[in-house]
Design a protein around this ligand. Structure first.
Ligand SMILES: Cc1cc2nc3c(=O)[nH]c(=O)nc-3n(C[C@H](O)[C@H](O)[C@H](O)COP(=O)(O)OP(=O)(O)OC[C@H]3O[C@@H](n4cnc5c(N)ncnc54)[C@H](O)[C@@H]3O)c2cc1C
Length: 338
């Protein structure tokens, strides 16, 4: 059981800045995110796209912003629990007990939900029986490309992830790329590269096909794909990769007894607390009259929610308002030496 002051659910830009706001007032926190990396939508959906409305930063990309936020919170040495989804919360006396799908447990005095549009999940093959092969022969993301070396890999999808992995894996694996349309929709340079590798015999391309079924018991031996003209084709393959994009699901957050308004969590605008004492919601996931789903609004919400957490973590202390420019304590916490 990890005991700390606050648990932040979501390592998007808003959750990250909130670590800073908790840190300068002396509160410790841990952060959980379902994704395998820090940065939320900025990293998952638009790492290279420019953003023009972060105060005092005329232009930066989603990745630049994430890198800067990570740098800003470095002094607090915060633990991030990535690839973990918060599943359950319950209150025992004055503490919240929080559990993730990997079994990690936290005991905290407050929770800040910075869950954006919900947990990102890969879109999967619509065939239920395939679940038992996941992470063995069927993958929706790649953590260790070595397992595919010298094997036959069938990749499904027509976007950038499918194209990029087809190119990358074709170096050391036999790659078959299957797409349900006859046109790919990734970057032109990647499409050209895949077509060239196809001409060189390094990638086999099968279009207008979709996965129909798999053959084998303990292990998948062959897959059956179906053409638009209703004909079938069998392929012997070792691994199957599906890259169909991400879906966002509010998931377990919807089951915690919080008031919900169209998949958003209503909060007060004094400290962004929800209908449950000690649970705050900030960033894209919260709603209130006039809410703007912008990063800068989330930063403000995080500053006030952090102060809202203080009374739960230090009920006998009073929080004094101070500027970081003049507060010696805040500067010490930020590791600033003069
Ligand atoms: C293409 C695009 C362009 C944009 N451009 C701009 C722009 O120019 N300016 C601007 O201000 N905004 C822009 N936005 C919006 C901006 O990205 C969002 O407002 C911002 O990302 C919200 O931050 P957040 O931290 O609240 O949530 P998110 O960035 O969505 O992060 C939430 C995180 O919470 C995690 N999570 C959710 N539920 C759980 C759970 N149960 N357990 C564990 N983890 C969980 C998710 O995996 C995710 O990583 C843009 C958005 C898009 C899609």
């Amino acid at each position: 059981m990890i005991k700390t002051d606050t648990l932040i659910i979501g390592a998007g830009p808003v959750g990250l800045f909130c670590v800073h706001q908790l840190g300068i007032i002396g509160l410790k926190c841990e952060v959980v995110d379902n994704l395998d990396k820090i940065g939320g939508q900025c990293i998952e959906l638009y790492p290279d796209k420019p953003i023009y409305d972060i105060p005092a930063v005329p232009e930066c990309t989603g990745k630049d912003l994430t890198d800067k936020l990570i740098k800003q919170i470095k002094p607090f040495k915060t633990n991030f629990h990535l690839n973990e989804r918060v599943e359950e919360i319950k209150k025992i006396e004055k503490k919240w007990i929080v559990k993730t799908n990997k079994g990690t447990e936290f005991e905290v005095s407050s929770i800040i939900i910075a869950g954006g549009v919900g947990a990102f999940e890969p879109r999967k093959f619509p065939i239920k029986e395939l679940q038992k092969y996941e992470e063995k022969q069927i993958f929706y993301s790649i953590k260790d490309k070595k397992i595919f070396e010298e094997k036959t890999v069938t990749i499904f999808g027509g976007g950038d992830s499918a194209l990029d992995w087809a190119i990358e894996l074709s170096n050391k694996s036999r790659v078959i790329l299957v797409h349900r349309r006859d046109e790919f929709r990734g970057m032109q340079a990647s499409i050209d590269k895949v077509n060239n590798l196809n001409k060189e015999g390094k990638i086999e391309i099968l279009t207008k096909y979709q996965l129909a079924s798999v053959k084998g018991n303990e292990k998948i031996d062959k897959i059956v794909i179906k053409h638009d003209d209703n004909s079938f084709k069998e392929i012997k393959t070792d691994h199957i990769l599906g890259f169909f994009g991400l879906i966002m699901q509010l998931g377990p957050i919807a089951e915690w007894g919080l008031n919900l308004d169209k998949k958003n969590i209503p909060v007060n605008t004094e400290n962004f607390e929800t209908n449950k004492e000690g649970i705050f919601a900030i960033g894209d996931i919260c709603t209130y009259p006039g809410k703007l789903k912008l990063i800068l609004s989330g930063f403000h919400e995080g500053a006030l929610a952090a102060r809202g957490c203080f009374k739960y973590a230090r009920p006998d202390e009073k929080l004094r308002f101070e500027f970081t420019t003049t507060s010696k304590v805040a500067q010490e916490r930020l590791g600033i030496k003069k």
